[in-house]
Design a protein around this ligand. Structure first.
Ligand code: DHB
Length: 480
């Protein structure tokens, strides 16, 4: 009962033909990148004049369920500030615009970084979907645009999301649709090695929030056979879906452990209404968390977060200020001790400093099935389902496997060999869309496997922060 939309364009003709023949096995003929089908655009990015070739709305699977989402755009720089650029072997920034696990489409974008912002509204009323994030000065930042201006190829995939529903009431974008789509898009790029500009062995997946979690998942689960049947059904290209590197911002990941992590960290912080959540329930939800942390080799989570992330974040921030601005900040925030160029403070004082928790209890698997994540695990005509067994709840038989398909941590436990080996992981210290341990555990799991990890937090920053995008571009250039 899947909806099919009419597919437009050249490649689509053969895709539609193949769609009738059932699952495509090898690289389907319709999935050939047409080098000539671009328009040339000019734009100004970060003060640089950029001329680029723009390929638009390329359906990346032979049997799309909904081509409006299962299509991608490609942007390739030609000149930057009047200087010719050869992007033939440039890294490829694979920039998704997923927010809130909602559908994301690039079909109507008129240029790079123009994905529809269909995401959930994050802290400060800023939509975290689309390609825009928040810089240190509150300005919008787009990794897709900055990558283009750095001379990289930019691929922007759309993907199905949880709210998509047929006229017959069937949900067709719930888990694992989005990750399957992103994998199919990577396969499309790989299958077009030599046709699509850029180095298909240096794909860097970037995303924020739900899109950050999906980026991490894409990186952790490269070439996992667990997705094969879904990819086959879509007629995905027969190529590797492994990516080289990941840039994950405030990933809303590890969903089945996110409630316990959330209560363990934010349990005693009041809601913005001033109310405390039920402390007995909060403590019960959090009960299994220390044992869970141990399974990742973290025995003292408070100290790990303080020493590895929170105090260094405050230190970096304070060091970046002028002496007078630093003095003013410290006078307002007396919980911070500033000594020998280092910031220190206690866990309890930091929690007070952050203030209101964003989410109610439980944060992800709500009792009344009201969260986006409940919808993410919906199926068929059932919009929302439980995915944790808290309080003796039973979960549907298909849920455990779906949780694995959606969780990068599942793959890090297994240490799959085709995972990305280079990781850029960022979150704001004021971001209570999830627990800061989600980022810390992701980084710890990767380091345990010996991967190259740049993980840090942005001091006092909220959901969707991206305060060192220029550094990411340099970091990418240095990874070979
Ligand atoms: C996003 C934010 C959330 O709080 C959440 O639970 C899932 C996704 C987001 O901004 O993408």
């Amino acid at each position: 009962m899947k909806r099919r939309t009419v597919i437009m364009g050249l490649a689509a003709g053969s895709a539609a033909t193949l769609a009738g023949t059932g699952a495509a096995l090898a690289a389907p003929r319709g999935l050939v990148f047409d080098k000539t089908a671009y328009t040339t655009l000019t734009t100004t990015i970060d003060g640089k004049a950029v001329t680029y070739r723009f390929w638009k709305n390329i359906v990346y699977v032979a049997n799309p369920v909904d081509a409006a989402y299962q299509s991608l755009n490609v942007s390739v720089p030609v000149t930057i500030d009047g200087k010719a650029v050869d992007a033939t072997d440039a890294p490829i920034l694979f920039s998704n615009s997923v927010g809130g696990y909602m559908p994301s489409s690039v079909a109507t974008a008129t240029g790079v970084g123009g994905a529809a912002m269909t995401g959930a509204t994050g802290a400060g009323g800023v939509a975290s979907g689309g390609n825009a994030m928040l810089g240190a000065g509150g300005e919008m930042v787009s990794n897709a645009k900055l990558a283009l201006a750095a001379g990289y190829v930019v691929v922007e995939p759309g993907a199905r999301g949880r709210t998509l529903v047929t006229s017959g009431g069937v949900y067709y974008g719930t888990a694992p649709a989005a990750i399957v789509d992103l994998k199919a898009a990577v396969r499309y790029v790989r299958a077009n090695r030599g046709r699509i500009p850029g180095d298909v062995d240096r794909i860097v997946s970037s995303g924020t929030s739900a899109g950050g979690a999906l980026s991490a998942l894409l990186g952790a689960s490269g070439d996992s056979p667990l997705y094969d049947k879904y990819l086959r059904t879509l007629g995905a290209a027969d190529a590797s879906d492994a990516v080289f590197a990941v840039a994950a911002y405030c990933p809303i990941a590890d969903l089945e452990h996110a409630d316990m992590a959330y209560e363990w960290v934010w349990g005693k912080n009041k809601l913005s209404t001033g109310a405390l959540v039920d402390q007995t329930v909060s403590r019960k939800v959090a009960a299994g968390f220390p044992a869970y942390q141990k399974s990742w080799g973290i025995t003292d989570t408070e100290s790990h977060l303080l020493k590895t992330y929170l105090q260094p974040a405050a230190t970096r921030y304070l060091a970046s200020l002028s002496a007078s601005a630093r003095g003013a900040y410290l006078a307002k925030n007396t919980f911070i001790t500033w000594k020998n160029g280092q910031a220190t403070f206690t866990w309890a004082n930091w929690l007070t400093h952050v203030g209101a928790r964003k989410k109610t209890l439980p944060a992800f698997d709500a009792f009344d099935l009201s969260t986006g994540e409940n919808n993410l695990f919906g199926t068929g005509t059932t919009k929302a389902r439980h995915f944790t067994t808290y309080g003796g709840r039973t979960i549907a038989a298909d849920i455990p496997a779906k949780l694995d398909l959606m969780n990068p941590m599942h793959f890090l436990r297994e240490g799959t060999t085709s995972r990305a080996r280079h990781w850029w992981i960022r979150v704001g210290t004021n971001d209570s869309d999830t627990s800061p341990t989600i980022v810390a555990n992701l980084a710890a799991g990767l380091r345990r496997l010996g991967d190259d990890v740049s993980a840090l937090m942005y001091w006092d920053a909220g959901h969707g922060a991206n305060e060192d995008a220029a550094d990411l571009m340099t970091w990418i250039a240095r990874r070979k």
